[in-house]
Design a protein around this ligand. Structure first.
Ligand SMILES: [Zn+2]
Length: 244
């Protein structure tokens, strides 16, 4: 139902108009989801339930957050990571809104492919930022799109301050990293890597090893399902730290 309405709205109104009025439209939508069964930790709405999307994701009607956005926000708070200079390569609108009003941080959002609203358009393999300048980098669902991911990891390492962290999430598989630079058509990439613009599928250990080669110390975190906050089971987060 939600997806049908969204499709209709997208067909009927210009994108900019919808984006400009997103929060107002969501407020109207969220009225019918009021309740006490679940809670969105990003917009702090109490809801009867999340919107169950066709792909199995649980969407907050009030702010548009997905499970991985809510998990990221939880981890930023629990681990006291929101401080100093923050660079976000995947600025989802719901989180970017929160970040922009956080006190005590300088938030820089970047989007190279024009998918998100962002201040910068950094190429992650040649980040136009000085060395040792960020305390935290968020790099969610980015590296699996990047041909030269080892160069990207070196760049992430370079722009982080000593002790700084990059939070990384990608789709994962068991075993080794699967990549093949001869697979370039969108159809073949969809078939082999699960999405038309993905160039590999990482394994957790393979990605951790690659980050280790770039100089990072890496922690792999796994999470349980959390029904109250609509967070998924089997979610993985890699926290890569530039050693002091
Ligand atoms: Zn929300």
């Amino acid at each position: 139902m939600y997806e049908a309405v969204k499709k209709l709205a997208k067909k009927s109104f210009p994108k900019q108009l919808l984006l400009k009025n997103e929060l107002f439209l969501r407020k109207i939508l969220a009225v019918s989801y009021r309740g006490n069964a679940v809670c969105c930790n990003i917009c702090e709405s109490k809801l009867s339930h999340f919107i169950y999307l066709e792909n199995g994701e649980l969407l907050c009607p009030a702010c548009g957050s997905l499970p991985r956005n809510r998990r990221l926000w939880q981890q930023l708070g629990e681990q006291d990571l929101l401080r100093g200079n923050v660079l976000d390569f995947s600025p989802s609108r719901c989180l970017a809104r929160k970040m922009r009003v956080q006190k005590g941080i300088r938030y820089v959002s970047s989007d190279f492919v024009g998918e998100f609203e962002a201040e910068k358009s950094h190429d992650i393999t040649a980040i136009a930022e000085p060395d040792d300048s960020f305390d935290l980098v968020i790099c969610y669902h980015v590296l699996e799109h990047v041909d030269n991911d080892q160069r990207a990891m070196q760049e992430l390492f370079r722009v982080l301050k000593l002790g700084g962290k990059v939070l990384i999430q990608t789709p994962f598989k068991e075993g080794d990293i699967y990549e093949d630079p001869t697979i370039i058509s969108p159809e073949a990439r969809l078939e082999h890597f699960g999405q038309e613009d993905h160039v590999r599928i990482y394994s957790e250990s393979g990605l951790a090893k690659r980050l280790g080669s770039a100089g990072f110390s890496v922690e792999i975190k796994h999470f349980e399902e959390d029904l109250k906050f609509g967070m998924k089971e089997n979610e993985t987060l890699l926290i890569a730290t530039k050693p002091k």
